[in-house]
Design a protein around this ligand. Structure first.
Ligand code: GLN
Length: 446
């Protein structure tokens, strides 16, 4: 059914970088046999999944949306991939993304853009735009994405599906190609909240191969979906509902507030005063980490190597000039500058201090509240090509998702209605490791 749907819509949506139908069909047969011959059925048994192309899949080309990894065939698998295979899921293919997850529209893929299934003139968001579009278009039952500054939640919002960014450390990053290691998290993109709970149940939990993986007990997310939110205290930051937020988006969030208070939640206005510094802070920290993480693409260890180089330095230069796209180069230059001696204290160190202030904003609110609620993005999806030559406007799009990564918190985006035929995302942010509370409230709203 999944492959049939892909036949129908993929030419328009272009959510995938690779579709491996032979592998999927033979795996489906194998799972059928395994199920017949055993008592145990995996909790994702038989479910077709799309995997963002920065998650390493053994023997299946993994490009990160970049030319520099055009020919990269991993010799091992990411922990999350192993876990969903153990849950008996079936990978249909690898989904499109902004190169190295840098972007908010999937237009920075080195291969092709992905189109929003709701209206093909619009972007699906990014950087996990392929994963979100594939789920929204019904090509797969769920997908995995990664979120460094909003890349799961923003495309989920733009395509009317559910996207969950777990607490930093809840899901193993082993085998996730690093963009900004202190911010990156893998999470599910699904059609509804219940599915998100099933996928999170499968992928969450300690992994000895990731030194930042938290060793915490994993609750039963699925049986926690009770719809009981009476007395739950929810704060709505005034900075998330003020200037710069689309009128139509605000209205849908107001409607959601009414629904949730009708269900017994106690909702009050709160403040996250350092929100306005989040984008600037992120665009020092994320590019700094990226400049270091991407140094490995040197033409020696992975991917393509430029020919006709005269010496080693020339080979590095040519390989990186030809292999990396303009947005990635912009980030590498920004990050290298911010980390250079003489500027480190002024930029990187200062950004780390502001990051702490942003984290403390959240801690203060969470002293009194269980959840924070607001829009996922200030607007609905923008048009293809609208922001491609305007990096600053593109960066500002992430103002409401970035603070969550800087603080390492979990957050979900769930559909909250349509404005002019395009989906609006409602964001619920929780305390560290409070995914169960987030899922319960999201399920009640849905
Ligand atoms: N859009 C943000 C960026 O370009 C976030 C990307 C992400 O979460 N991977 O960096």
């Amino acid at each position: 059914e999944s492959l049939r749907r892909i036949d129908e819509v993929e030419k328009d949506v272009q959510a995938f970088l690779l579709i491996d139908s032979d592998r999927a069909l033979s795996r489906a047969k194998k799972i059928d046999n395994d199920i017949v011959n055993s008592e145990e059925i995996g909790i994702l048994a038989g479910l077709p999944v799309g995997i963002k192309d920065n998650i390493i899949t053994e023997g299946v080309r993994t490009t990160c949306g970049s030319k520099i990894l055009e020919n990269y065939n991993p010799i091992y698998s990411a922990t999350v991939y192993k876990r969903i295979l153990a849950g008996q899921s079936i990978m249909i293919g690898k989904t499109n993304m902004d190169e190295f997850a840098m972007g908010s529209s999937t237009e920075h893929s080195a291969y092709h853009p992905t189109f929003n299934p709701w209206n093909l003139n619009y972007v699906p968001g990014g950087s996990s735009g392929g994963s979100a579009a594939a789920v929204a278009a019904g090509e797969v039952y769920y997908a995995l994405g990664s979120d460094t500054g909003g890349s799961i939640r923003q495309p989920a919002a733009y395509t009317g599906v559910v996207g969950l960014k777990p607490t930093y450390g809840l899901v193993s990053r082993f085998g996730l190609v690093a963009f900004a290691s202190s911010l990156d998290q893998i999470g599910p993109i699904t059609k509804n909240v219940e599915d998100a709970a099933y996928v999170l149940q499968t992928i969450a939990g300690h992994d000895e191969y990731d030194s930042t993986s938290a060793n915490v007990p994993i609750p039963d997310y699925i049986s926690g979906l009770t719809r009981e939110i009476k007395g739950l205290r929810i704060g709505v930051p005034k900075e998330y509902m003020g200037e710069g937020i689309d009128h139509g988006v605000k209205e849908k969030i107001q409607d959601a507030i009414e629904v949730l208070s009708g269900l017994g939640a106690i909702i009050e206005e709160v403040s996250l005063p350092h929100t306005e510094y989040a984008v600037a802070t992120y665009y020092i920290i994320a590019p700094s980490e990226a400049s270091s993480n991407l140094a490995r693409y040197d033409g020696v260890r992975y991917g393509i190597r430029a020919d006709s180089a005269e010496n080693l330095i020339d080979m590095y230069k040519k390989t990186r000039s030809e292999g990396l796209g303009s947005e990635v180069k912009r980030r590498i230059m920004l990050g290298t500058y911010a980390l250079s001696s003489g500027y480190y204290d002024d930029y990187y160190l200062k950004a780390q201090k502001v990051r702490t202030l942003i984290k403390q904003d959240f801690e203060k609110v969470f002293d009194k509240f269980d959840l924070i609620l607001g829009p996922t993005v200030p607007t609905t999806a923008f048009k293809i090509d609208e922001n491609i030559n305007d990096p600053l406007t593109m960066y500002l799009n992430d103002i409401l998702t970035i603070p969550v990564n800087l603080a390492g918190l979990p957050a979900i985006s769930i559909p909250a209605g349509l404005v002019n035929g395009l989906p609006v995302g409602l964001q619920l942010i929780g305390k560290h490791f409070a995914e169960a509370t987030i899922l319960r409230a999201a399920y009640a709203f849905e």
